[in-house]
Write a protein that binds this ligand. Structure first.
Ligand code: IPD
Ligand code: CA
Ligand code: CA
Length: 257
């Protein structure tokens, strides 16, 4: 597989079809089941339907590739695999809020080479190919130029609270909230990372995510000029400790992480 052979247009058509499936449930919420995988972790029939659709269709287009979906787990061939979060922001989805997304990444030998984060209810389609840039609805995107943390707008999430972790994000959030102008907890980590890529947020961080939450967004962010590190500033995709910034405020943020 070369990056050129990734059928970007074909994949967009497929992922937008998955968005139509998600919207069919979203527009009929009173009739869909919301189950719990754990006390604070929800899954709906839409999550399952979207993941099954993408697994089937990607399997037809790329029969030799593996598939790792949040709801179905991992299939064979984990060297070249699709990494899919069928609905990122299920809790928001289940309450009729518009901020949720479908995240699809292609990983080859542990390297993310293609990523899409699509928000069907907002009609925002973020895409990146490794080394070829990042787009939102076909417009090239770039991180913000803000270089003063005190004026920054930052995003975060609380997966740690969902997991009842002692080592949670609350003290860190209070330190950073006092050092910035705006704070947002929007409800879809995949989308939050894309907002940094698109210059709408200056940084995002969260603990205890999974690779399927961040894989696509991290490539989109890197291709837009963002830094993607752990909380110590070490470059890489570390879902359990991910920090995405516009680069200009990274060194101001690290002492507060
Ligand atoms: C969740 C969202 C949320 C984040 C949670 C994730 P899900 O994904 O990304 O913003 O804070 O930790 O689990 O469970 O809706 O796919
Ligand atoms: Ca998720
Ligand atoms: Ca999910």
């Amino acid at each position: 597989m070369t990056q050129a052979s990734i059928e970007k247009t074909t994949l967009e058509t497929l992922i937008r079809q998955a968005g139509e499936i998600a919207l069919s449930y979203f527009n009929d919420l009173k009739n869909i089941n919301v189950d719990k995988k754990s006390p604070r972790d929800f899954v709906t029939a839409a999550d399952i339907a979207v993941e099954n659709f993408l697994k089937e269709k990607l399997g037809e287009l790329y029969p030799d590739y593996g598939f790792w979906g949040e709801e179905n787990g991992q299939s064979a061939n984990q060297n070249t695999r699709w990494i899919v979060d069928p609905i990122d922001g299920t809790h928001s989805f289940s309450r009729g809020q518009y901020y949720w997304s479908i995240s699809v990444a292609l990983e080859i030998n542990s390297d993310i080479v293609f990523g899409v984060v699509y928000a069907p209810a907002l009609n925002d389609y973020y895409c990146a190919l490794k080394g070829q840039g990042a787009w939102r609805n076909d417009k090239v995107i770039h991180v913000s130029s803000l270089d003063n943390l005190d004026e920054a707008m930052i995003g975060t999430g609380f997966a740690c609270l969902r997991s009842y972790l002692e080592n949670n994000n609350l003290a860190r959030f209070c330190r950073i909230a006092q050092a910035t102008t705006g704070q947002r907890r929007l409800g879809s980590a995949a989308m939050d990372i894309c907002l940094v890529a698109d210059g709408q947020l200056d940084a995002f961080w969260e603990q205890e995510l999974n690779l399927y939450d961040v894989a696509a967004g991290a490539l989109i962010a890197k291709e837009s000029g963002a830094t993607v590190t752990d909380f110590k500033g070490i470059a890489g995709i570390f879902p359990k400790q991910i920090l995405v910034t516009n680069g200009k405020i990274l060194n101001q943020l690290l002492p507060l992480m």
